[in-house]
Write a protein that binds this ligand. Structure first.
Ligand code: THU
Length: 131
């Protein structure tokens, strides 16, 4: 997979970020196993807690359109540092993604990025197997 293309999509997604309260803009691009890419941005709210992260926006768009299998997600912010997904987003990823296969790409530019598996970012997760 060409991760640079996925990172570019994440930067495109960030342009739609609605973050008037934090001023912290985030973009994500989620690659489904069938090759489709779903963009997501963070969407804030005056009541704060309804805020949705970019990663979950991408997942919920994809899942609501019938996708259930995913290969990777690229995440970008405004800063030159890597932006790791929050715990809630990691948990949402764990619902649909294989912990050893799913790749999380943290990018600070189109060519500078780190790749983690979901297992690395969410070890010993709680899942449907625990129910
Ligand atoms: N945010 C994300 O979109 N993804 C993350 O992984 C971390 C945080 C958003 C939520 C909120 O709109 C802003 O960044 C500040 O927390």
């Amino acid at each position: 997979m060409n991760f640079e293309k996925l990172i570019e999509e994440a930067y495109e997604a960030k342009k739609q970020s609605y973050a008037p309260y934090s001023g912290f803009h985030v973009g994500a691009a989620l690659l489904a196993l069938d090759g489709e890419i779903y963009r997501g941005c963070n969407i804030e709210n005056a009541a704060y807690s309804p805020t949705n992260c970019a990663e979950r926006t991408a997942f919920f768009k994809a899942v609501s359109e019938g996708k259930r299998e995913f290969a990777a997600i690229a995440i970008v912010g405004d800063k030159r540092e890597f932006l790791a997904p929050c715990g809630v987003c990691r948990q949402v990823m764990s619902e649909f993604c294989d912990a050893k296969q799913f790749k999380i790409i943290l990018a600070s530019s189109k060519t500078e990025y780190e790749i983690y598996t979901l297992e690395e970012l969410l070890p010993q997760s709680f899942s449907k197997d625990n129910l």
